[in-house]
Design a protein around this ligand. Structure first.
Ligand code: G6Q
Length: 537
């Protein structure tokens, strides 16, 4: 049994250190060290990671790194990369890193080299993606496919949507992409409203191929298609599947030749670079998809091999712990200054919160410390005109991740300078604020002055890269994946299961027949019974 986190020497040392520095301001930290802006920077894999605007000293980092060592992070990283079954509650290996391992690498799971299988699926995806992109994959009536509709939810949706939006610049523009996830019929209805069935391909993406939402949407999509193309034979030309469940796929009527597989060692929220990324590959093309995988892999190598003090995901993960467990921060804002990354915060919500939103440790006991933060965010500068007020002057401490690129993919005159000036200014304003004296010097009245003061001392990281490419998207995603893992290891929880999503699903399955047959006796609590009665009308 692992020692309790809060009993570990590094934790106790961090606690005393926190008492010493909790009131120290970023103004004084910067004033006392002219080179602070250079000292707390990591440049690796093409990412410029500035973490100098955090409420830390070199001692903080030393202690956090010591904590990671005491908690066995190095051994855990080895265990993950080598395919040990570290997802102990589900007895599975956790090998999303194998999805981007270069051809020829060897990673053995149950006596099989999984990298060989990964590349054979990638090759099958490549052939298929090329045939759709070139117009060679014909629909049932002989017309080429123009519309691709991915049907999936959670991990089988958020990655594909985010990647499509993030890499839209690279997409083949004569193809239309839609993503249907919600069981709410409005989602599917709107997605297909203006599409011609003859030119539409549905990708049913579901690891299990039993998920209520996805299977309900897929069956409805099949009905929609059959109402228009009539023949059952059309299904094979208009439906393909991404799944681990061959039996269910063929039961649905999809030819398993048109099924793209993956494996139980790929968690849903870690699967956008598996066959779940088929829509991404069709959109951006195989070369760009491989470039994205290479970006993932570069970050894997960085995480695997770099000493913790210079390791971007390790430092990110540890800084998160510093704020959540010591400063009592509850949330983390992710603020991309690139509009293409508009779905990135939503994607990260699943990655981070489904992974580390847990209070039971690997040995089955409850934590006596906080774990996963609430992740949220919107692209800049939009967020500045909305919720940044609370980050600057509200009562909660909200660490921010600013993400920006030196070059725009659409370099309109002025826009990029204005965008990036704003990103840099936000980090500066949050850190250093504006004192009462400064406000008064501007001639502001005593009555108004308190409202115009920015206390500052609000922490942020800045991630700067050259340009939003498929490769950088891969690096960014892998960076957060590994930061999440770092935190999970320190907290002693399993970031790879999601048992907290089960109960609601089970209860819904009991309520469904009650909504369909009003004679059924209701034996829930009085609130639930009345909600059902209200719905039944
Ligand atoms: C992610 C979760 C979850 C899953 C969906 C879809 O880590 O496991 O979000 O991806 O429930 O599951 P299927 O792919 O099996 O339909």
């Amino acid at each position: 049994m692992k020692n309790r986190l809060t009993d570990s020497p590094a934790w106790k040392a961090l606690y005393s250190h926190f008492q010493e520095i909790k009131s120290t301001s970023l103004r004084s930290l910067f004033a006392g060290d002219a080179k602070r802006g250079e000292r707390f920077i990591i440049k690796d894999t093409g990412i410029y990671f500035d973490y100098s605007k955090h409420r830390i000293t070199t001692e903080t980092i030393d202690l956090l790194v010591r904590l990671a060592r005491e908690r066995g992070l190095a051994a855990n990283i080895e265990a993950m990369f080598s395919g040990e079954k570290i997802n102990i509650t589900e007895n599975r290996a956790v090998l999303h890193t194998a999805l981007r391992a270069p051809k020829g690498s060897i990673i053995m799971v149950d006596q099989k080299n999984v990298v060989t299988e990964v590349h054979s699926v990638l090759e099958k995806m490549t052939r298929f993606a090329n045939s759709v992109r070139r117009g060679e994959w014909k629909g049932y009536t002989g017309k080429p496919i123009r519309n691709i509709v991915n049907i999936g939810i959670g991990g089988s949706d958020l990655g594909p949507v985010m990647a499509y939006e993030a890499l839209k610049f690279y997409a083949q523009h004569n193809l239309t992409f839609r993503f249907v996830s919600n069981i709410d019929g409005n989602d599917l209805a709107e997605a297909v409203r203006d599409l011609q069935a003859e030119e539409t391909l549905f990708i049913v993406s579901s690891k299990t191929f039993t998920t209520l939402e996805t299977m309900t949407n897929a069956r409805r999509a099949r009905t929609w298609l059959l109402e228009r193309l009539v023949s059952e034979q059309a299904i094979a030309r208009h439906f393909v599947a991404v799944s681990t469940n061959e039996k269910e796929v063929s039961g649905f009527g999809i030819d398993t030749l048109n099924m793209f597989g993956f494996w139980d060692w790929v968690g849903g929220r870690y699967s956008m670079d598996s066959a779940i990324g088929l829509s991404t590959m069709i959109a951006i093309g195989p070369d760009n998809f491989y470039a994205m995988l290479d970006g993932f892999h570069q970050m894997d190598e960085h995480f695997h091999k770099t000493p913790f003090e210079r390791n971007i995901p390790v430092i990110m993960g540890l800084l998160g712990i510093w704020y959540i467990d010591f400063f009592n921060a509850q949330t983390q804002a992710v603020l991309p200054y690139d509009n293409y990354l508009k779905r990135f915060p939503a994607y990260l919500q699943q990655l981070t919160m489904e992974s580390n939103g847990k209070h039971i440790t690997l040995d089955g006991t409850a934590t006596d410390y906080q774990t996963g933060a609430v992740y949220w965010g919107e692209p800049g500068t939009n967020g500045q005109h909305s919720f940044y007020q609370l980050i600057h002057q509200g009562t909660s401490l909200i660490p921010c991740d600013f993400i920006g690129f030196r070059k725009s993919l659409n370099p309109l005159p002025l826009h990029q300078d204005y965008l990036i000036a704003n990103m840099i200014a936000q980090g500066e304003a949050l850190a250093f604020g504006k004192s009462a004296d400064e406000v008064k010097k501007e001639g502001v009245s005593d009555t108004l002055a308190p409202h115009k003061v920015f206390e500052g001392n609000r922490p942020s990281s800045t991630f700067f890269m050259e340009r939003l490419t498929p490769e950088y998207l891969g690096k960014l995603v892998a960076m957060y994946e590994h930061a999440v893992f770092t935190q999970g290891v320190v907290w002693g929880i399993n970031p790879f299961d999601q048992m907290g999503v089960e109960l609601g699903k089970v209860l819904a399955m009991k309520i469904i027949p009650e909504l369909q047959d009003r004679q059924k006796p209701l034996n829930h609590d009085s609130s639930t019974n009345d909600l059902i009665r209200y719905y039944l009308g």
